[in-house]
Design a protein around this ligand. Sequence first.
Ligand code: F6P
Length: 319
Amino acid sequence: LKSIAVMTSGGDSPGMNACARAVVRTALYEGVEVWGINNGYHGLLDEDMFKMERKDVGDIIQRGGTFLGTARCKRWEKPEGRMQGYKNLVDRGIQGLVVIGGDGSLRGASLLSKETGIPIVGLPGTIDNDVWGSDYTIGCDTAANTIIDAINKLRDTASAHRRCIVLEVMGHRCGWLAMTAGIAGGAEYILVPEEEYDLDAICADMAKAYKAGKRYILVVVAEGAGSGQEIGKYIAEHTNIDTRVSVLGHIQRGGSPTVIDRVKASQLGEQAALAIISGLSDIVFGFNKGHVVSINLHDAVNNKKTLDPEYAHLARVLF
Ligand code: F6P
């Protein structure tokens, strides 16, 4: 192809900038025109896009968020919206699109490709690490590091007061963030949507541990596994332990990306640009056991990722 476009869509994630930068610079290196679309599918519908130069992606690799802007777009859910988006691309001579985003954004890309046949390459950009077929999504490492920073701080105050602290973290319907950050932060209990849990048994366990002299307890709850507030209330009511709740919220989405997120995002961006330029379509690039792999776009959005059961086992052993 001779002209492509790139956008970020859905919830922003640290490393999206590094990824878009790699797409743009690879395309320009290959002598291909590249457009940036602002604010995800919104920008595509509102014709908010511009031809990019190398300098447009300078000084962004270290920044969180996405310099292109992002959005969750209702209009894109309708076939008329997608046809309009297609027309706006064709009018500018844009022959292929790279979409950096999570599950919902890749689903939107999959529909556009099915309905119009325009070449699409997706890249998994979300802190949730919930895209099927890839071990990794752009931003999950930075977010997990943000969570362990919070856990370290909560541990100090929990220990000082002999409290239980419940920390609710993001992840949508996926427990990867809670599980990996919980393991790395040494949490006593990690509640994820993929694993059943028995709150009464946990409370009984906690009360026993306290009686035996335990100073504090940290519970990490994935938002998909329940409400931190409700779980904290239940623990307070069913044990004699002074309990507090923290909901980490959107802090998890921001911040300067880690080395892992910057490098992996750059690798994915390069592969996506090369693939779309060569006319490939309907693929998502991700990682499998440390290597870049391509996944069928429709498979990626139609399958549900599972959490490695080894994590849950490890969390139980290390408790
Ligand atoms: O998908 C990323 C994510 O941060 C989820 O973890 C969370 O459930 C959701 O987005 C929050 O979305 P919003 O920023 O629209 O409130």
